[in-house]
Write a protein of this length. Structure first.
Length: 348
């Protein structure tokens, strides 16, 4: 059986990718390697945990000996690398942990893959999952393309940009067969409630204030997470080696407009009077180095691989809200303990 390693498969996007690969590729053994940090949660993938082609491994990509032994033991033919520290605000308070996981951790995986694939790169693939934030900030117009120069502004995006550069460098220098995708903001089930949409859903449920950074006129391009998983599957199997593909939702929203829509939909779902949740909106101190606008030109992946988003924002947001409302236990579990400390230090 072909062995495929997916890193970060207990996280938000990773859990959707692991599920898709386990269900769609019964002839591949899918290994999910995850350190189970605060963001990793095996409850995200209980439905596939007993599948015969699935193996979970708890481990840290920063641990070089562990990674080398793992690659020697299993001789993976493909790697999909999603494990990362992923929250911009946390990168502002603790940048070094982002260098450790996102840069050193990626380097460890690259070195291990290069070693076991030496002299036999044919048919192998290292897929690095990256972000549109590496391109920096757009003004009022324009879109990020695959040739937009890198210009990261946060420690998070700088660490992701650095890892992207190393992946490319390993392709050029050692012939490592890689692909990179740079995707826009994801949303959907299993999103950790430190990020805008799930944080605000949780705060609306619990009637806490909704902390909008700055004037709320920042713009993001939102993509439903399952559409991202479809794109990742397609690029992994059909993308060209040494290529980058941008992935986006063709779906730009100013934060404040998105928050108002969310409040409206939550009022309906919770049977509250119209306008009740919007009263929770509170403008707070801005995020330092806050990027004004992200928007992706996803025409390359559309033309070359035929991918486009299939879920409209209205449908995706409703499915997301419904998921949180019917998974109260999940939400309670992830917002107990350490979360309270994080919340207090970030918002009080
Ligand atoms: P997440 O924070 O929800 O999950 C990250 C996962 O990685 C967690 O399961 C965590 O336990 C694991 N992890 C963290 N450090 C690790 C380590 N040292 N060793 C092993 N595992 C470790 O992240 P996400 O939002 O699902 O993002 C996944 C990937 O997609 C990241 O590389 C991120 O940069 C990228 N990305 C995210 C978005 C988005 O909107 N969320 C958009 C574009 C790209
Ligand atoms: O663009 C892709 C990126 O999207 C990913 O690479 C990151 O991993 C992911 O976290 C996300 O980054 P953002 O910083 O765009 O997402 P976040 O949900 O943190 O914030 C979205 C917008 O909402 C941003 O303009 C900041 C704002 N915001 C966020 C929070 C958490 C608020 O106004 N208030 C908040 O409390």
């Amino acid at each position: 059986m072909k062995k495929i390693l997916i890193t970060g498969g207990a996280g938000f996007i990773g859990s959707h990718v692991v599920r898709r690969f386990v269900n769609n590729y019964p002839n591949c053994q899918i290994f999910n390697l995850d350190a189970l940090t605060y963001a990793g949660n095996l409850e995200n993938i209980t439905d596939i945990q007993d599948a015969p082609n699935y193996t979970f491994i708890k481990g840290d990509i920063v641990d070089v000996d562990f990674i080398n032994d793992l690659f020697q033991k299993h001789q993976f033919e493909g790697v999909l690398h999603l494990a990362a520290e992923s929250h911009v605000d946390r990168s502002i308070t603790d940048p070094l942990s982002f260098v450790r996981t996102n840069v050193i951790g990626t380097m460890n995986l690259l070195n291990a893959a290069k070693t076991i694939w030496a002299g036999a790169m044919e048919g192998k693939r290292f897929y690095h999952v990256s972000t549109d934030e590496v391109y920096g900030s757009l003004g009022a117009t324009g879109l990020f393309t695959e040739t937009t120069p890198y210009d990261p502004n946060s420690p998070y995006s700088a660490s992701k940009a650095s890892s992207d550069h190393f992946v490319r460098a390993y392709g050029e220098t050692y012939g490592l067969p890689y692909v990179i995708t740079n995707c826009s903001n994801n949303y959907g089930p299993n999103h950790f409630p430190e990020k805008l949409i799930p944080l605000f859903i949780n705060n609306i449920i619990t009637k806490k204030s909704l902390p909008v950074y700055g004037d709320g006129n920042y713009t993001r391009d939102w993509l439903f997470v399952e559409d991202h998983a479809v794109a990742i599957d397609l690029v992994f199997h059909e993308g060209k080696n040494h290529e980058t593909y941008n992935i986006g939702g063709f779906n730009e929203w100013k934060n404040i407009d998105l928050v108002k829509l969310l409040c409206q939909q939550m009022d309906e779902k919770l049977g509250r009077i119209e306008g009740e949740s919007a009263k929770l909106i509170t403008y707070v101190k801005d995020r330092p180095g806050h990027d004004l606008r992200y928007a992706i030109d996803a025409s390359k992946i559309n033309k070359e691989l035929g991918w486009k988003p299939s879920v409209t924002f209205e449908e995706g947001l409703e499915r997301t809200i419904d998921w949180y409302l019917s998974n109260e236990a999940w939400l309670k579990n992830v917002t107990s303990g350490e979360y309270a400390k994080y919340y207090y230090s970030q918002y009080q």
